[in-house]
Ligand binder design. Structure first.
Ligand code: SF4
Length: 422
């Protein structure tokens, strides 16, 4: 039930139900259930656990009235920027560019997180809530309790909670699949395998541990742990991320069992979000080891499932340059199988990553176009290809030009891989 109350100093709305379906729109759309505190200078959103999750400044000094801050499950503040509405959708497949507080491969965007008005909101929200509580003498008890509980979830406690979530997972997920953009990166992390198979020389996100699949009992314990940590906000989640860098290498049976258990334990049928999704990474080796029967069973689960695979290049010299221990022929075969699976199963989407840089061997882009243009008889909307720059720096004009050219020529949707962590 929604409760609204206001005085001359602030307004509160409790139990607001926002959008229940993820949509790609060019205006702010807030998902799930949340509570709102509004003052003359700020708009603050809190989740069902009374933890701050979004914020926006008001007035002239705020960079743009359609832009806002989001605090992630990993306790990062991200600034959602329109990018001036020029090129963000074409580049990312989304209307908003999440500006991240750590180095990543941005082709767009400035540094809004350094903006004074933005810093004031990030650093000052507890003072705003405390000031509202001081002005709340006449407010109903429900409003006072809400304010007190929000205030008790201090930045230190929020940081400690994210540390507990990482510990439960077995470390912080250093990168989420690019397809997680379809649920605004709002997902419950469940780690079913640590490490990866290849340890490619170029990769910035790998860890050093040898690959190891988790035991089903460890995964079950972990799911109970994350459910407890997410608490009452669980109803705002409709998506699961199976970590870490190559969940498929943990084996089809573990994936099917984990997704089945997650659906029940996380009560995804009763989520405020209408559809359920699952995301994980795979590799050339793990995809080739997974039989057709696995994909048929996967497609019968009550999820939309996104599997992202780092192919990197279909050119042998480039694979060698990257230190990726694969033959170009294996990459071509994997790409062809991905297309076949995408055509066969409406609820599965397999997407691929390729590297993108000014200094790659000359065979890389022709080999890329041979796959994404010449090997396909027609344009397709499914099976996005993500380009991942090797260097996390400002874009060169050449890079931007190359990106646009590759996007135009490809018969699959092409986007930039914005490397976002949990
Ligand atoms: S690109 Fe993928 S397989 Fe290669 S090191 Fe990085 S995480 Fe591992």
């Amino acid at each position: 039930m929604t409760v609204s109350w206001e005085n001359n100093y602030f307004a509160v709305r409790l139990g607001v139900i926002g959008a229940r379906r993820y949509e790609k729109v060019s205006y702010p759309l807030y998902y799930g259930e949340y509570g709102v505190i509004e003052t003359a200078s700020d708009l603050l959103h809190f989740n069902r656990e009374h933890e701050i999750i979004r914020a926006q400044g008001k007035g002239e000094s705020w960079p743009h009235r359609n832009e806002w801050l989001k605090r992630s499950l990993g306790d990062d503040w991200l600034y959602y920027s329109t990018g001036g509405y020029t090129g963000v959708f074409e580049t990312l497949g989304e209307f908003y560019l999440p500006n991240l507080p750590y180095p990543t491969n941005n082709l767009l965007g400035g540094h809004p997180l350094r903006d004074q008005a933005v810093r004031r909101v990030i650093d000052g929200w507890p003072r705003q809530v405390a000031a509202c509580l001081e002005q709340a003498e006449e407010a109903p008890e429900a409003v006072k309790i809400f304010l007190r509980t929000c205030l008790a979830k201090t930045p230190e406690k929020l940081a400690a909670k994210s540390v507990a979530i990482f510990a439960n997972y077995g470390g912080r997920p250093s990168v989420l699949p690019p397809d997680a953009r379809h649920v605004d990166y709002q997902l419950i992390p469940v780690n079913i395998a640590s490490g990866c198979l290849y340890k490619c020389r170029f990769c910035e996100v790998k860890n050093r541990t040898p690959f190891r699949a988790a035991l089903a009992s460890e995964v079950s314990r972990q799911m109970v742990g994350v459910k407890e940590l997410v608490g009452a906000d669980l109803a705002n989640y409709g998506a699961v991320f199976l970590g870490d860098h190559d969940a498929l290498a943990a084996g089809g049976e573990l994936i099917l069992a984990t997704l089945g258990e997650a659906y029940e334990l996380f009560q995804l049928k009763d989520s405020l979000m209408y559809s359920s999704s699952a995301f994980f990474f795979a590799s050339v080796a793990s995809l080739s080891a997974a039989g057709d029967d696995f994909f048929a069973r996967l497609a019968r689960l009550p999820y939309d499932i996104y599997i992202n695979i780092g192919l990197e290049s279909a050119d042998q010299e480039t694979l060698h340059y990257l230190g990726k221990p694969l033959a170009a022929r294996e990459v071509e075969e994997t790409f062809a199988r991905m297309q076949a699976l995408n055509d066969r199963y409406p609820k599965l989407e397999l997407t691929a990553n390729f590297v993108f840089d000014d200094d790659l061997p000359t065979g890389h882009y022709p080999a890329f176009l041979k796959l994404v243009r010449d090997s396909l008889p027609r344009r397709k909307v499914k099976g996005s290809v993500y380009l991942s720059p090797l260097k996390f720096d400002q874009p060169s004009r050449l890079k931007t030009f190359d990106f646009n050219r590759l996007k135009r020529e490809s018969r699959l949707p092409v986007f930039l891989y914005l490397i976002q962590r949990l």
